[in-house]
Design a protein around this ligand. Sequence first.
Ligand SMILES: Cc1cc2nc3c(=O)[nH]c(=O)nc-3n(C[C@H](O)[C@H](O)[C@H](O)COP(=O)(O)OP(=O)(O)OC[C@H]3O[C@@H](n4cnc5c(N)ncnc54)[C@H](O)[C@@H]3O)c2cc1C
Length: 606
Amino acid sequence: QPPTVGAFVDADGITRIYGNSFGRPGYHATYDYIIVGGGNAGNTIAARLAEDPANYTVAVIEAGSFYEILDGNRTQVPGYNYINTITFPLGDETPLTSWGLTTEPQAAIGGRTAEYGQGQTFGGSTASNYMGYHRATVGTFDQWAELLDDDFWTWDNVYPAYKQSVAFQPPDYTKIDPSFNISYDATAFIPTGGPLHVSYGNHQGAYGPSLSDALAASGLDPIDGFNSGRLIGYGTATATIDTRTATRDSSETSFLQAAARAGIKIYPQAVVTRILFDEDKKATGVEVQTNVATGQLKYSLSATKEVILSAGVWHSPQLLMVSGVGPAETLQEHGIEVISDLPGVGQNEWDQPVIGLFLNLSVETNTQFQVGNPEVVAAAMTNYLENQSGPLSGFGTGQGIAFENFPESVRSDFSNSTLAYLETFPEDWPEVEYLPLANVPVGEIPITPYDNFILLAAVLLSTESKGNMSITSSSVFDRPIINPNWLATDADMEQAYAAFLRLREISSNWDTATGELLPGLGVSSKEDILDFIRGHSGFIFHGTSTCKMGPQDDPSAVIDSRARVYGVTGLRVVDASAFPNCPPGHPMASVYMYAEKIAESILDGN
Ligand SMILES: Cc1cc2nc3c(=O)[nH]c(=O)nc-3n(C[C@H](O)[C@H](O)[C@H](O)COP(=O)(O)OP(=O)(O)OC[C@H]3O[C@@H](n4cnc5c(N)ncnc54)[C@H](O)[C@@H]3O)c2cc1C
């Protein structure tokens, strides 16, 4: 039977209308699994549970809508990520696809507050992030397995799950200048992987080769990419860009669309206000509120098997708390009946502060596009629209990313207690990442349409201070109190200072770096540099672990090694909040992997 307009024939030969993927707001319905939050992890686990051979009925409830509709250019076109994301330290935009969360004043950085980026849309933070995709290290996961006393998490057992998500697109040298000659380990990917496209984009910044030389001159060695369980060295990073269209691939364009074909139901603009439990403390469903023009529709949805909480680092613990799972004292203060007293809910937040130098370069970056040089803008637009290439098709970084453990030249100044803290990490866990960012908001820096500038950032990956969140009421609509505690210990400030010195060393070895715009070489005493760090450190929204996975005898653990919430049944947490710690570097790839692994565990009956 041929498809009619507005309908398609699915793999089983059934004609479905396109709207058939949507749940009906306001009406009670029952599914095997209810996923709270259609973000990075939520869409991934939803797809795996809905597709063959599992074939479970699955609903995904998402507070936001579709970013392609709400904010298309800024979210889909990779080169616009500098206006879509909120970045170091100057951005102040709240795009239509973000929650617009704000932190408490942060004492260690001069009492500043910051907007904490979190996607509010199908795709979640994968729809509004910087798109950098890389995996963590062998030692990171072998340590997870030890910590959790569960071999399910060893590197050998997570590596296949990382590969399973990804359809890799090798560099296309008809679009990227062949002189970039990108080195990568092809065994990190499998031909049967997918549905998420990972690539180098169709553009590499001209600064890459000279920055690589500078990194080599600063003592780093080259590495064949960051997807094989090794990070230390410099190389070229991959990103979640589908090179066929030169657009962002998110968990929505990849996993959710695959899940729609498997018959999943989605609820857009639907906020889960509470998880429902029966008298045996089994999660039986969720209370939902969908905002429609006529008012607010309130309804409940039931889960015959499980509720899976994938609402992200700040909202998963918030939802647990308003539903009666969390620190008893806090819940009682807000009149919430305690179902499971778990003091760790909202605690243990890991994060990665950023410091950086703004540099002038003698080669072209994206500055002239950003500040509106008319010829550059016209060329970039034409290149993107006609060839899916040029700066708009890249993510503003790539070649010249590096990871290292602080070398002796700066490490020798660390106190014994800092050194002892750093000893607790696996050997292959880098302490710092260097990240060239050609796409950053220009903000306070005086730039003309003829300049080329870049932010050379250092991301601290082994900070000691831990953040936390709490609630102000029993309503999910009252924003959570967010306190990342950035740079709050001496060990963190020592590392920030060391990272700053390394950035200065790398930039002094960088032939095409012609001047330091911020802070400027006048800032040179230790005191002035620490003042600069306090005034200008930034954040890249890599928060994790507010519902941390841990053994039952760890009083701060919220879930067991298969993501099941302690003290109740039928409820798991599957998102970045569930990590026992934040793996070194950017977490998105590990969030996809983590969701793959918990789906695997569920399908195995665990
Ligand atoms: C601006 C920015 C840039 C970043 N850049 C990178 C990068 O380049 N590389 C990288 O690896 N990582 C990056 N990250 C981090 C990474 O994107 C996140 O760590 C990761 O995607 C989080 O996944 P998640 O599943 O935990 O949460 P999310 O993907 O945020 O999903 C949570 C979802 O739950 C929904 N939700 C929340 N509460 C409710 C509710 N009550 N009812 C219904 N729905 C709800 C949200 O709207 C959201 O869609 C960045 C993050 C940000 C914000």
